[in-house]
Write a protein that binds this ligand. Structure first.
Ligand code: FES
Length: 162
């Protein structure tokens, strides 16, 4: 374009408008894109939320001594909802005071078994031994058995699962 007194400044104005439009377009894309991306990937970043799972009716569990209970619960892992199986030992300490031990050995996650004659939990994998309180007595585990968070509500015993 030939420069005349009338068009002096037009290319600058045009490029300024183009730049302004691109900037506003970028802002709009950013404003829409960031929440969309956050919404799309947030389930993958979330840890499964904990939930209470029904383990049994308290009246039926009264007097239990290291009673093995298996149950299944739904857990959300990212976008996927899966059924998880769990096995625990429930023991009644009296006065409605229960303790629920996870069966998962704290060494390498094998399932421990309660041995009534020895009064201990024994791990079949590497010889881990836990006392009746879940404390390590022998073998490679360095931590006690997990005691599941629990509550009693409307006569039902619940444990908290991830
Ligand atoms: S997994 Fe239990 S002792 Fe190794």
């Amino acid at each position: 374009m030939k420069r005349t007194p009338e068009n002096i400044g037009q290319p600058e104005r045009r490029s300024f408008l183009k730049g302004g439009i691109a900037f506003i377009g970028g802002l709009i894309s950013f404003a829409i894109g960031v929440p969309l991306i956050g919404f799309a990937i947030s389930p993958a970043l979330k840890k499964g939320s904990k939930k209470w799972v029904d383990v049994g009716i308290v009246d039926l569990l009264k007097g239990s001594r290291y009673k093995k209970i298996n149950y299944t619960f739904q857990s959300k892992d990212g976008w996927v909802e899966i059924n998880k199986k769990r096995s625990v030992y429930v023991t009644d300490k009296g006065d409605g005071d229960f303790v629920v031990f996870s069966r998962v050995c704290t060494h390498l996650n094998c399932l421990v078994r309660w041995n009534e004659s020895k009064g201990q939990f024994l791990c079949p994998c590497h010889g881990g031994v836990f006392d009746k309180e879940g404390n390590v007595v022998d073998g490679p585990p360095s931590r006690p058995l997990e005691r599941m968070p629990l509550k009693v509500e409307d006569g039902v015993l619940y444990v908290k699962e991830a």
